[in-house]
Design a protein around this ligand. Structure first.
Ligand SMILES: Cc1ncc(COP(=O)(O)O)c(C=O)c1O
Length: 473
């Protein structure tokens, strides 16, 4: 596009275009992810975010918001860290790019060493990618290959949980447990099977009544049942988030992962902890596998590793899985041009330094109970059915009837979540997520730098908007 108009540039943004021009260009050319393009066609336009500082972001009209979702579970150390920008610039000048295809560069080596030191047990080998979905794809391929190298080529199926999200490439999509995200792309990679998730609030609807601990055992045993149904000699791996995001923050019931580990050992099934969200402090440790005391065979991670200042992902693999690749002519024919990118690796190292210097993991561990207690105050509202989560990662499930836990029908969900809630929260100055991939939930995952004063601010905004939502039903 060419323009003769002299643009009025946006305050805080380096864009040379005005708000109006950007909206027009977005409407003409930008395809948003996971979104209805019609919001652009209908004239409402798209919120354009131009600046971030700490736990705040600003839009192109100059309005300030609380970033209650760390972008997308990403900006764990907060926005506007000049130090990370400077590290990126220095590295781009020194060596902007080199692949790790048969070569290496210092940052990828240092970062691999650092991640191995943080990962539990013997997870010592790091395969880099550029994001979470690629890390999951890598783990899926590696699980299949590993079993072939063990002389057990029929072990190729993968198990995951209902409503879980693990990425969008066709392999990762086969692991994702959300039918509405898959049906238009079927057939996806074959071999994906689903077991119940750990939504204790709705355990009754899964046919279970009992304590949370008993529920954990019940849910874990569904994995053994699925392995038996499919045949242990056909199952390669199970993919589980320590706290499942999609559906609205399902932490593991006590004893769940202990039983899952036993089942995986019993049937020779690899346990992959998908820590794309839960890694890097979100649950108060480098990895949530440590928080919940279980030993995975692989960890997939991304997002918070750089706090989003540059993209990267990784699959961290145990010595046992790596062993066959140590010798002779065996190679893993898999990789990504930008995997372990020098700039991203340098930024990750500096970001992890910040975590250590500012004790961000400790901050989460100390303040998480206060965050939970603050959000639980919302339970006095008729629309709030459940508050759940861990660390700095909580979901608030909305219901039509608290006593019966009745949820909203499709029409109501559409009106409430899409028609009102997301926009009302944003208008009230809180960027977070109103999600209905399972039951309707508001999800919070703020930067790990905040504390009790900010929890109160979040609660105040939610209280106002959720009270109004109830009157609109
Ligand atoms: C648990 C989990 N796995 C995988 C992914 C995919 O990551 P990416 O969007 O970086 O490909 C996500 C993204 O949110 C995720 O939450």
């Amino acid at each position: 596009m060419t323009t003769t108009e002299q643009p009025v540039t946006i305050s805080g943004s380096s864009s040379k275009f005005s708000e109006k021009e950007l909206q027009q260009k977005a409407k003409d050319h930008l395809w948003m992810h996971f979104a209805r393009q019609s919001v652009m066609e209908d004239g409402a336009g798209v919120p354009i975010i131009v600046k971030g500082e700490g736990h705040h972001i600003w839009d192109s009209t100059g309005k300030k918001y609380f970033d209650g979702l760390s972008g997308l579970f990403v900006v764990n150390a907060g926005h506007g860290r000049r130090r990370l920008a400077e590290v990126a610039a220095r590295q781009a000048e020194e060596l902007a790019f080199f692949p790790i295809w048969s070569y290496a560069h210092p940052n990828a080596i240092e970062l691999a060493d650092r991640l191995a030191s943080y990962a539990p047990g013997d997870l010592n080998r790091v395969f880099f990618s550029t994001g979470g979905g690629e890390a999951v794809e890598t783990a899926f391929k590696l699980a299949k290959y590993y079993w072939k190298l063990q002389g057990r080529p029929t072990k190729h199926k993968v198990i995951s949980r209902a409503v879980a999200y693990h990425g969008t490439s066709q392999g990762a999509l086969a692991i994702t447990g959300i039918p509405a995200m898959k049906e238009m792309f079927e057939p996806v990679t074959p071999g994906g099977f689903r077991v119940p998730n750990t939504n204790y609030y709705r355990a009754g609807e899964m046919g279970f009544n009992g304590t949370e601990e008993e529920f954990g055992l019940w849910a874990a045993n569904r994995i053994a049942e699925m392995i038996e149904f499919e045949g242990p000699e056909t199952v390669a791996a199970i993919f589980l988030e320590p706290v499942q995001n999609s559906g609205g923050c399902f932490p593991p019931p006590p004893g769940y992962f202990k039983r899952v580990r036993e089942i995986c050992d019993q049937y020779d099934v690899l346990l992959v902890a998908d820590e794309v969200i839960t890694g890097f402090g979100r649950i108060g440790n480098w990895f949530a596998s440590t928080t919940y005391g279980f030993q995975p065979d692989m960890i997939t991670c991304a997002k918070g590793m750089t706090s989003g200042y540059s993209p990267i992902g990784a699959t961290i693999v145990s010595d046992r899985i790596y062993e066959p690749f140590k010798h002779g002519t065996t190679s893993f024919y898999h990789g990504y041009t930008f995997g372990g990118h020098p700039v991203s690796s340098a930024v990750a190292l500096a970001n992890l330094d910040i975590f250590e210097e500012e004790k961000l993991n400790e901050n989460v561990r100390t303040n998480s109970p206060i965050f939970r207690a603050t959000l639980e105050k919302l339970k006095d509202l008729p629309i709030v059915g459940d508050v759940r989560g861990d660390g700095y990662f909580f979901g608030i499930e909305l219901v039509k009837d608290k006593a019966t836990k009745e949820t909203f029908n499709d029409d109501e969900s559409e009106r409430l979540l899409r028609g009102f809630l997301s926009k009302a929260l944003f208008d009230a100055g809180l960027y977070c997520r109103a999600d209905d991939r399972g039951d309707p939930v508001v999800q919070l995952a703020p930067p790990l730098t905040i504390g009790p004063a900010e929890f109160d601010e979040i609660e105040g905004i939610l209280r106002g908007v959720l009270s109004e939502a109830w009157t609109r039903l």
